[in-house]
Design a protein around this ligand. Structure first.
Ligand SMILES: [Fe+2]
Length: 370
């Protein structure tokens, strides 16, 4: 039976001041954010505990960060608020649970995930979609990969969208995060768990993102400011789509790359994106992927047979240049190593593949992108 749901309530504010007025952050709140966001928009707010996530390590969330943060929370709290990118939101989700540590046991499902506190998620990038999902992704240092916990206890109670918070986003962060959203929409469209409802969200998200990229291509990066509400919303729509239908091989195969070489999540997805989709086309070109290519070809104004090249040209020229895997430091020996890691650790995602990818197919994808 296929199902569809949108769990967190979604609220959109034009300004941060409206949000502060309505949500009254105070002494009983535990806030996760980064210092520059807090100082730029919330300097006049007094919260019980404010965790600046960058003080616990750079890059994406890791198991040891969670343990260090736990040790630093001294005050009791009754609500968890996260204002940030994927790292911030994914960390905060774990602190609305009754028991968070040991993180490895939580992610291995040796201890149950039980929701204990209201959770409010405010994204400040336009890609993660984490505000709409029941997933938290952590990097497990000893395992040299990222690993996702999917459990309904991780859903937020509310997702709050404030495009104003995206205004100071560095262009590179916008680029990587919006590509992540594009991949969420595309992978969830092809997932065997996709439904007509989830596909609607995938299509709308892809349309908004690709049209936005075309505008940046024709009008320059300055045009982004007026499109921030669109990108912000598109990311949430893609989040709804993949929350229901799931992400797949692009994410699965990007995780060892991201974890080993600290490549931003969206950028590592881009490194894998068209390579995985071209492999899908070789195995089954006539299913949902042909619908998706038709949609992209229509937006990109090209033939369906040229759609991946056209997409890469657009992204490379205006959004984010694509790199070969060896440029990140990957070695030829790691092609097999990464494939083994994906098979061992990412079955949750591989189960959502458009078509089954065997070990040789994955080796071939890494090799072609190397
Ligand atoms: Fe993602």
């Amino acid at each position: 039976m296929k199902q569809f749901s949108v769990v967190p309530k979604v609220t959109m504010f034009e300004t941060c001041d409206e949000f502060k007025r309505d949500y009254q952050i105070g002494e009983h709140d535990l806030v996760f954010t980064i210092e520059v966001t807090w100082q730029s928009y919330f300097a006049d707010v007094s919260a019980g505990t404010v965790i600046y996530i960058e003080q616990y390590g750079q890059g994406e969330p890791a198991d040891e960060m969670i343990e260090a943060i736990c040790a630093d929370i001294k005050k009791p709290y009754t609500r968890v608020i996260a204002i940030g990118g994927g790292t911030v939101l994914d960390c905060a989700k774990l602190f609305a649970l009754k028991q968070t540590l040991p993180a490895t046991d939580l992610f291995d499902k040796k201890i149950p995930a039980v929701k204990d506190k209201p959770l409010l998620l405010v994204p400040t990038t336009c890609g993660t979609g984490s505000e709409m999902t029941n997933i938290s992704i952590l990097e497990f240092k000893e395992r040299h990969t990222k690993f996702g916990l999917a459990d309904d206890a991780l859903y937020a109670d509310e997702a709050v969208l404030i495009p104003e918070l995206l205004e100071k986003l560095p262009y590179k962060v916008f680029a990587a995060s919006s590509i992540d959203a594009l991949v969420h929409a595309a992978e969830s469209y092809l997932s065997p768990k996709a439904t007509p409802l989830s596909k609607m969200f995938s299509i709308q998200a892809m349309t908004m993102i690709l049209k936005g990229y075309k505008t940046i291509f024709s009008d320059g990066k300055e045009s982004l400011k007026s499109m921030l509400p669109d990108f912000c919303l598109a990311s949430t729509l893609a989040g709804i789509a993949f929350s229901n239908a799931g992400c797949a091989a692009v994410h699965a195969m990007s995780y060892p790359l991201g974890a080993n070489f600290h490549v931003p999540h969206g950028e590592s997805n881009y490194a894998m994106f068209t390579g995985v989709f071209k492999k899908y086309m070789e195995i089954n070109p006539t299913g949902a992927i042909s619908e998706l290519n038709t949609l992209m070809a229509m937006i990109l104004e090209c033939k369906t047979s040229e759609v991946y090249e056209k997409l890469e040209n657009l992204l490379n020229s205006s959004i984010l240049p694509k790199k070969a895997l060896h440029e990140y430091g990957m070695t030829e020996e790691q092609i097999v190593e990464f494939t083994n890691s994906v098979i061992q650790n990412q079955q949750r995602l591989l189960g959502n593949n458009y078509v089954f990818l065997d070990r040789n197919s994955m080796i071939e994808i890494y090799t072609r992108l190397f």
